[in-house]
Design a binder for this molecule. Structure first.
Ligand code: GAR
Length: 203
C-alpha cells in the first residue's frame, strides 16, 4: 500500500510558498505527500536555491523560443521522470493550455493571492492583484488554493482564507500580510488534503 504521493512544485520566482511547503514537510506535517522535484520556468529563480538547500532536485524548463506545446512537452518530460502525481503551482507565472490541464485533471493545484472570484483571471498575478484590491477599496482580501483547469483561476476551490486590509497599506505591505496570514498556511494544508484524498482513492 502506497503511503505518499510524489509532488512536483512549479515555480518562477522567490519561492516563499515553496519554502512554506518545505517547512511543512520538514515538520512532518506533509504525511501523504513527498516533494520530489522543483521545476522553474526561469533560470536563476531563487526558488531553485531553496530546493537545493532542502536537498530537492531542481530543473529548469524555459518558455523562451519555444511554442506552448514544446514548452509543455518539456514540463511533461520532467514530471514523468520523477513520477509526479500532484503538481503545485507556487508562484508559477505561466499559463498552461487545456491539453496540459486535461492531462493532469484534478492533479494540479494553484495558490492565488486574492479571494476568488475577486481580482483573478488573466493579467492578475503577483503584486498586481494587491494593487487592484487597494485601488478598488475592498476592506477584506485573502488567498485561495484551487484546482487548475483551462480557465485561469477558474478551477474548483479547495481552501480560502480572508485577510483584513489596513489603513496605510501599500501593495507590498498587503502582499506580505496575505502571504504570512493566508498563502503560507492554506497552501501546505491544501496539499496534504489533496494528497490524502488521492491516496484514499488509490488504496
Ligand atoms: C504569491 O503571492 C502567489 O500567490 C502569486 O505570486 C506570488 C509568488 O510568490 N501567484 C500568482 O499571482 C498566480 N496567479 P513566491 O514565489 O514567493 O511564492
Amino acid at each position: 500500500m502506497k503511503k505518499q504521493v510524489n509532488v512536483a512544485v512549479l515555480v518562477s520566482g522567490g519561492g516563499t510558498n515553496l519554502q512554506a511547503l518545505i517547512d511543512f514537510e520538514k515538520a512532518k506535517k506533509l504525511k501523504s505527500g513527498k516533494i520530489v522535484k522543483v521545476i522553474s520556468n526561469k533560470v536563476g529563480a531563487y526558488a531553485l536555491e531553496r530546493a537545493k538547500n532542502a536537498g530537492i532536485e531542481g530543473a529548469v524548463v524555459e518558455k523562451k523560443g519555444k511554442t506552448q506545446a514544446e514548452f509543455e512537452q518539456g514540463l511533461i518530460f520532467e514530471l514523468e521522470k520523477c513520477s509526479a502525481e500532484i503538481i503545485v503551482l507556487a508562484g508559477f507565472m505561466s499559463i498552461l493550455s487545456k491539453d496540459f490541464t486535461d492531462r493532469y485533471k484534478d492533479r494540479i493545484i494553484n495558490v492565488h493571492p486574492s479571494l476568488i472570484p475577486s481580482f483573478c483571471g488573466e493579467g492578475f498575478y503577483g503584486l498586481k492583484v494587491h494593487e487592484k484590491a487597494l485601488e478598488y477599496g475592498v476592506k477584506v482580501t485573502g488567498a485561495t488554493v484551487h484546482f487548475v483547469n483551462e480557465i485561469p483561476d477558474g478551477g474548483k476551490i479547495i481552501m480560502q482564507k480572508a485577510v483584513s486590509i489596513k489603513g496605510g497599506d501599500t501593495p507590498e505591505r498587503l502582499q506580505k500580510r496575505v502571504m504570512e496570514q493566508a498563502e503560507w498556511k492554506i497552501l501546505p494544508l491544501s496539499l496534504e488534503k489533496v494528497c490524502k484524498e488521492l491516496l484514499k482513492n488509490k488504496n
